[in-house]
Design a protein around this ligand. Sequence first.
Ligand code: SF4
Length: 307
Amino acid sequence: MSATLIPAPLPADATRLDAPTVRGGGPLGTRAGHGLDGLQVSGVERAERLAAMRAGELGSLHSWELVTAVDGPGTRLTAFLSGCPLRCLYCHNPDTLQMRDGEPVTADELLARVRRYLGVFRATGGGLTLSGGEVLMQPAFAAKVLRGAKEMGVHTALDTSGFLGANATDAMLDDTDLVLLDVKSGDPATYTRVTGRELEPTLAFGRRLAERGLSGHGPEVWIRFVLVPGLTDDEDNVQRVAEYAASLNEIRPGTVTRVEVLPFHQMGRDKWQAVGRAYALADTEPPTPALVERVRGQFRAQGLTTY
Ligand code: SF4
């Protein structure tokens, strides 16, 4: 993901609290965090480490940051997990794609960090967001952290491409208040060109989220779409995403409460060079304001609240 993506520069009302340098993009490969300052890195042996990862006690974390007005409501602690099965051409976090490149951190350590900010979360209506990379590469760890956060009464968000949605258990979804679902294209061939993977698992995961709400707890969903000129901006490609988002509200009214159209930017370019990989979008310009408005208009025409 995560992709979070948050739009390139943070919104005008966005603030960072004690988080250090911006290191990249986010869900949709937009930003990624501030290292692991303050989180103790565990030094367990390899075999124990694998067992602990399977049990969800240990995760591979790229970084974390504290932000306001992105990744969900209020001020949030966003944790960027390492590892992603997608290879998005516009990924702003190419350094989060390999799980082995992350640092081992226990669920308890991360939850202790969450606990430190309970007052901030309460005061701002914020909470915890798990992002990446792709959170669902580490479903047991994510489930444990989400459960622990809910036990503290913290609002929880999951930022995901949905490609590994089958890894999310119903119990995990019960502990998730908001899913930031990155739908990277509506046309299957374009989706594969953008990500190297298939679109259908994402669509199926979104439908599952909508259907879950029919029988009790169903997470709220924000749809995120990264707008890249010449890659994802085709009118039909956008229209398919917009109609898909609207279709989730036909399954369960109120499922999709927001759409975020995220204009492509070049903030991640240097990171591709740093990890020694060819960057296909080196010459791609950000979308013009007129193009952004055309695309947002396509979503709004489906009755969707769109930013
Ligand atoms: S490759 Fe993974 S981390 Fe990068 S934008 Fe795509 S889903 Fe997000």
